[in-house]
Design a protein around this ligand. Sequence first.
Ligand code: 8YV
Length: 342
Amino acid sequence: MASRILVPWALPEAGREILRKSKLRVTYLHGPAAELPTLPELIDAVKEADVVLPRGTQPVPREVLVANPGLRGVANHGVGYDSVDVVSATELGIPVTNTPEILTETTADLAWGLLIATARKIPQTHNFVISGKFTGPVGHPFMGMDISPGGSNRPKVLGIIGFGRIGRAVMRRSKGFRMKVIAYDPPLREMIEKTGGVEYRELPELLKESDFVTLHCPLTKETRHLIGKSELELMKPTAILINASRGPVVDETALVSVLKEKKIFGAGLDVYEREPQLAPGLAELENVVLLPHIGSLTEETRNQMAIVAAKNAVAMAKKKKPRHLVNPEVLTRPEYLRKVSG
Ligand code: 8YV
């Protein structure tokens, strides 16, 4: 009997084509307007699947993983996999894959777009013009912040938290703005110190020194609320925070109060602590730019992510070792070996 792949969302056509060509049995589970299934619906559907291909950020908790003892793969459509209970998956002998590298440059572009839009109040001034209020020269409250050395000829300091592929891609883009780059990422300290054009800083020093702080770390128990009230209060009153990583890295309620009190200049967010809900008061602030998690949202990138996730799913459905395993230790677990030997 052909293996079964469950896709609990509206996977782009490029991915569907890979699944069609695999001749495996594929079930799509989502609403007419691409609404995601509820957790109970997902748990029910997984009972009839060998592999599940969730959308990035779509929760795959332990309840889903234990619903089918025969489940032998989770192929995540996304580089971040905090939405999947990987510890339980490994324990249950279930390999988990992601889609790295493809979206690195696309997400770094978006982080820069968010940084420039926040520093120069682009959405606010756009709304001002389209509302018919532009009747002559403008000044406060649209006064922006320089990213390049600007009038003071002082190089601005870019503080990168998380120096993985996307963090490094953000650094590459800073060259054009002649910025001084500092970075914080304890596991990658040695690499940072060996990398030209960037200096290592401990977190408090980075927060005090930076004109722009940009987050590019995965969401883990170490990075949850890495940026809370005390960290935000170390930042300069002229500083800007950018988050295109994961919402819970920042204590969003603390951020709202710091922004309300104008203790920092502004924030640009693409992700939220209780996504898609926003912390109370965030949407009312004038010193923020808020995007709906579009970091990787380009045609080319999402199609390529769909292709890679589909290929990972097909490999695991065919009991082959997939690329982009995030829990390679699963390959030696008896629970996994039992599933793929049968
Ligand atoms: C989402 C992302 O996964 O890759 C990630 O980690 O956050 C995004 O690309 C995206 O929403 C795709 O489903």
